[in-house]
Design a protein around this ligand. Structure first.
Ligand code: FES
Length: 148
């Protein structure tokens, strides 16, 4: 399917009254799940992600301000300065670069400097569209990033 066809279908569905989650559901139903993206270009998680915080590759998540990029799932997870966990998409809402990082208690895109708080709210003009955030929970040493 060509990009112009997707845009035309999107605009058509909006014109007949679909919006938000309903529009997203219709768009997903019309394509394959592997190609299903919302309007911000973020692909929904295929399922919950669980991380064993005792594993060496996640050691950065044991200290406040540390973060890990899960590039195959397009997720960035960080331990905030208050010791809670925050997870967001790796894909920036500014120009869809996969360059979200974490620094000084906020998410930051290294492409053009978009800044987002721990809830995904944009903090400057590049970040004004916000970031998709995922719920997290911790049970013992297991951190779960929830798909929905
Ligand atoms: S793509 Fe992230 S700031 Fe431009």
């Amino acid at each position: 399917m060509m990009k112009s066809e997707i845009i035309n279908r999107n605009n058509f569905l909006k014109q007949i009254g679909f919006s938000g989650a309903a529009l997203f559901a219709v768009m997903c139903a019309g394509g394959t799940m592997s190609s299903c993206q919302n309007e911000s270009g973020v692909t929904p998680l295929a399922g919950d992600i669980t991380l064993d915080l005792t594993a060496s590759q996640y050691a950065a998540l044991l200290k406040n301000g540390g973060y890990v990029v899960l590039s195959s799932q397009n997720v960035v997870v960080a331990r905030t300065n208050t010791g809670t966990y925050a997870a967001v998409t790796l894909i920036c809402s500014h120009e869809q670069q996969r360059q979200i990082t974490y620094r000084t208690s906020e998410f930051y895109c290294t492409a053009h400097g978009a800044r987002f708080d721990n809830s995904g709210k944009g903090l400057n003009s590049e970040g004004k569209k916000g970031l998709t955030v995922y719920q997290t929970s911790v049970s013992g040493n297991i951190l779960t990033i929830k798909a929905s």
